[in-house]
Ligand binder design. Structure first.
Ligand SMILES: *Cc1c(COP(=O)(O)O)cnc(C)c1O
Length: 222
């Protein structure tokens, strides 16, 4: 017998500090199981596909205090819908996208909370800024005043040891501090979105304020 969604959430809640926000990542998860998570107290849900997310939002309209987080790569032609439907965007991964989202946010009179997705270790299979490129883009990012830039988000490459994982998360945390010290008014760097099912305890150890958990709550995806 595997644990139920609510048992899983309760046991995770017991092992993480209260001020760390758990985001339930519900890609490929049914709305019934999302309701179970909601009834256990989860109010933050993350999706990586726009269409799937919109369909589920429709079906979960009655749960009107959910915070919806977008965690997937945003294609140009989907940017408007993402701005319209998500208060939190964890996957801002380039300056061009930032400028586009900023323009749309002005048009739509919205101010999304966003994370800058950074690759602290090289990973050709992932989107996001390399550290040196991010540092070069800070000045331009700071001008995107309609984006509420909250902090950094990272996804680590597969196959790291625990020590390497912890070091990579610490590197992300240090990078956030470095950026903070530059005193850009719009780069507050107060949140760190890092940690998934396999590495969230190490992420918390390194200062994560938001963890994004899928499989450990809902089981393997197919
Ligand atoms: C799928 C996904 C997660 C959750 O991963 P699990 O291993 O299922 O916990 C977190 N963040 C992002 C960006 C994802 O795409």
């Amino acid at each position: 017998m595997t644990d139920s969604v609510s048992q899983k959430i309760k046991s995770i809640a017991q092992e993480i500090p209260q001020d760390v926000r758990l985001i339930a990542i519900t890609k490929q998860v049914s709305v019934e199981r999302m309701r179970e998570a909601y009834s256990t107290g989860v109010r933050d849900f993350g999706e990586n596909r726009l269409q799937e997310a919109l369909t589920k939002r429709e079906l979960l309209q009655d749960l009107d205090d959910i915070n919806w987080h977008f965690i997937g790569h945003i294609q140009k032609n989907k940017a408007k819908k993402v701005i319209e439907n998500f208060d939190w965007i964890h996957s801002l991964d380039s300056l061009a996208l930032a400028q586009r989202l900023n323009r749309l946010a002005i048009e739509l009179k919205r101010m999304p909370k966003v994370f800058l997705q950074v690759k602290v270790l090289p990973d050709p299979n992932k989107y996001g800024w390399e550290v040196t490129n991010l540092l070069q883009d800070l000045e331009q990012l700071n001008l995107c005043q309609q984006l509420d830039i909250q902090g950094l988000m990272t996804i680590l490459p597969l196959g790291l040891s625990s020590a390497e994982t912890l070091a990579a998360f610490q590197k992300t945390q240090k990078l956030a501090t470095t950026i903070q010290q530059k005193n850009y008014s719009n780069l507050k760097m107060q949140e760190l979105s890092m940690g998934m099912s396999g590495d969230y305890l190490l992420a918390i150890q390194a200062g994560a304020t938001m963890i994004r958990l899928g499989r450990i709550i809902f089981g393997e995806r197919h």
